[in-house]
Design a protein around this ligand. Structure first.
Ligand code: HEC
Ligand code: HEC
Length: 209
């Protein structure tokens, strides 16, 4: 094992320990109210393969994503720690309660795959590239996150995952946990990681139920 991967794993373990005391409360959204609010979201997130105009990457799948993570992401766009212009405009007028509601609704659209826990853990382990060993501590052995405040990445669009990793590395997206992780990765591992997690069973394109 290379030193880099050992330090990645050590870093992950330390961070998880220090964070377990500081978890936010689980989201308490009303899915019925969230369904109304999600109508406009599905114009992008509900269309298979819909792309961000520039740079071009697929709009992320949200079906089955952890509700608490969706809340953190939406507040990030609304309050300025995330900067994507379209999403800033979408989140801008939402109240805290509306964010909880829409997150609860989107999280409920995951279908059976996420509910059942995603890919078989043994299969996922067999095909796991070495660089992904550190990721599983937070994102789960098969890419389904082990903590509701961290995103599930299994089944997410490959090009969305790749651009997210690149943003953490170049500093245009920052997070206390992911920035450190991404900076320890070797450039040539980014595509391997994005492909591996995208090919596991997990998130789905949100379809109105
Ligand atoms: C015009 C298209 C469009 C619409 C409408 C839209 N989104 Fe998005 N959404 C995007 C794009 C593009 C991204 C990726 C942004 C980025 O890279 O930060 C995104 C990202 C997100 C993320 C972050 C996902 C992650 O994995 O971090 C959330 C959560 C989200 N959108 C929720 C919503 C909600 C809720 C609505 C409706 C209130 C909505 N979106 C409406 C295009 C859209
Ligand atoms: C210590 C916990 C931790 C570890 C280890 C970790 N991550 Fe993350 N990851 C997070 C958190 C927290 C976020 C959400 C950050 C944010 O809001 O931008 C995240 C976000 C991501 C995202 C963006 C997801 C989205 O929906 O936008 C990708 C891609 C990702 N991680 C990939 C990886 C990969 C690949 C590894 C292994 C090299 C890894 N992560 C290791 C905690 C971790």
């Amino acid at each position: 094992m290379t030193t880099n991967i050992q330090s990645l794993i050590r870093l992950a373990a330390t961070l998880i320990l220090s964070l377990s005391m500081a978890q936010t409360a689980l989201a308490q959204g009303d899915t019925e109210a969230g369904k109304e609010l999600a109508y406009s979201c599905l114009g992008c997130h509900g269309i298979d393969g819909y792309r961000n105009a520039y740079p071009s990457y697929r709009v992320p799948k949200l079906g089955g994503q952890k509700a608490a993570y969706l809340v953190i992401a939406l507040k990030g766009y609304r309050d300025g720690s995330r900067s994507h212009p379209t999403m800033v405009a979408q989140a801008d007028s939402l109240s805290d309660q509306q964010i909880e509601d829409v997150a609860a609704y989107l999280a409920s659209l995951g279908g059976d795959t996420v509910a059942a826990g995603g890919s078989d853990a043994k299969d996922a382990e067999k095909s796991r590239p070495e660089a992904a060993q550190a990721c599983v501590a937070c994102h789960g052995p098969n890419g389904v996150s082990v903590n509701a405040i961290w995103p599930t990445i299994a089944g997410q669009h490959e090009d969305y995952l790749l651009q997210a990793l690149k943003k953490y590395r170049d500093g245009t997206r920052t997070d206390p946990l992911m920035t450190a992780q991404a900076n320890l990765l070797a450039e040539e591992d980014l595509e391997t990681l994005a492909r591996y997690f995208a090919n596991l069973d997990g998130l789905e394109t949100t379809k109105e139920d």
